[in-house]
Design a protein around this ligand. Sequence first.
Ligand code: NAD
Length: 310
Amino acid sequence: MARTKPNTFTKYASFIGQKMTQLGFIGLGHMGMPMALQLSQQFSVIAYDQNPQACTEFRNLGGQDAPSLEAMLENVHVVISMLPNGRILMSVYQEIIGLIPKHALLIDSSTIGPLASLEWHAMAKQHGFRSVDAPVSGGVKAAKEGRLSFMLGGSTENIEAAKTYLQPLGKNFIHTGDAGSGQAAKICNNLVLANTMIAVSEAFALANRLQLNPQKLYEVLKTSSGNSWVIENYLPVPNLLKDVPAENDYQAGFSGTMMLKDLKLANEAAKHLEQNLKLSQSSQDIYQDMIDQNQGDKDFSYIYQLLADN
Ligand code: NAD
């Protein structure tokens, strides 16, 4: 049987088609910068951040930036946002909603919680836009490597459309349910992360007092029932694991301020629904101490240093 030649024209046309899709990206921070750079390899991306230094860095790394949100929105087919919180996301959208070209798909990857997310979806719907909440897990390293996990809330049709653009960024795409459900999953995930980080930190703080070699505790935890993502990927204790913030003077990564924000989102949602979260309330107080000690810009794993010093 004759072998079918790969249709290079079709491949080329599809590549050109992708390149012609114009993506607008808002927020070039710890996460947004590597995400926008990854996307730029497959799509035509134009990005904006209110911080001019972030825009300059993006340009120096080969990206294309816009001088204003208005300029960024000209001719976009998709808008992706990666902003610090719901208040900022809503104020940005209040400014731009009337400027976004009709039929654009709106994707928000910031962590803003389910309540704010529903407000954002409602605003999008009111103006005739399709919208998907698409928060992520995995941190800066996964963002750089295109290995994020996405939690996707919205209609199946909108999620499928969003996945076309998010594909270069992720390895897991879970459709969690209706609008806002991605955010619900995200705050539950971060509640586990926040509490685990404190549990691991307390274990190593206690080990210090017990004069147990931290390397030995690490070996035990990694192969025992105390293992977790934090043990394997994000140890808060220096000198045990490469490429973690603890090896880099706790430079964020994921800042203590951001983690406190996410815990508050979980605790607020729980309060709203009359669900008691005793452990997460205590965790919130512990991360609040970190912020009160002016260490909020450090990575959230710095919590180990505070707990060990106690
Ligand atoms: P960041 O603070 O590093 O970045 C936010 C960026 O948004 C900054 O560059 C800031 O200048 C920009 N910005 C703020 N207001 C703006 C406005 N009005 N217009 C345009 N740009 C504006 O935050 P990050 O760590 O990149 O996190 C972004 C979101 O992703 C947060 O919601 C966070 O909770 C979530 N998240 C972060 C991580 C992580 O590891 N850092 C992981 C998963 C999810």
